[in-house]
Design a protein around this ligand. Structure first.
Ligand SMILES: [Zn+2]
Ligand SMILES: [Zn+2]
Length: 166
């Protein structure tokens, strides 16, 4: 059955073209060109990287997701602009509470997301110290791919959802 749908697509916008990728940088470039996070932390410095699931060989990012009375573990891909995740599925757009699986605190609110009124992007930090101002802002609306990456206070990338017909 062929159903024509207005399929949304994501676009990765690059802001800082002079970012120095290295074996030490907080954002790294995979040998195939994709960008990924080598490490991730909550605002209290807890490591979110896990060996429980790997994505193309790289460790995933473990999050505690609270949906009403339900508590689940979801492991997200460390690649930027990659929506793969392991764990339960919720209806698209469900507003969930994203938490650190160690301290169980809600990840910090950064800025509103444009996908829905009241949806915020939450901080996954690139270093154990939030004062380093390196973070990925991920949306708390389930399935929303929109996010951004900054490092040293500079906006590096933004993933935007756009209407596409392909
Ligand atoms: Zn924590
Ligand atoms: Zn969103």
């Amino acid at each position: 059955m062929a159903v024509r749908k207005n399929i949304k697509k994501t676009t990765l916008v690059e802001f800082e073209k002079s970012y120095q990728f290295s074996d030490e940088s907080n954002v790294r470039r995979h040998h195939d060109g994709r960008l990924y996070l080598p490490s991730a932390y909550c605002q209290n410095g807890h490591k979110l990287m896990t060996d429980d699931a790997r994505f193309d060989g790289l460790r995933g990012i473990k999050l505690l997701v609270i949906n009403g009375e339900e508590r689940h573990i979801i492991i997200a891909s460390p690649f930027i602009n990659d929506q793969r995740k392991e764990g339960p599925n919720f209806p698209e757009g469900t507003k969930v509470v994203l938490c650190c699986p160690v301290c169980q605190e809600e990840l910090e609110q950064l800025v509103p997301c444009t996908c829905a009124p009241g949806a915020y992007r939450r901080a996954i930090y690139l270093t154990p110290n939030p004062k380093d101002i390196g973070a990925v802002g991920v949306c708390e609306a389930f399935g929303c791919p929109q996010s951004f990456v900054n490092d040293n206070g500079e906006l590096l990338y933004e993933v935007e959802l756009t209407d596409g017909d392909a």
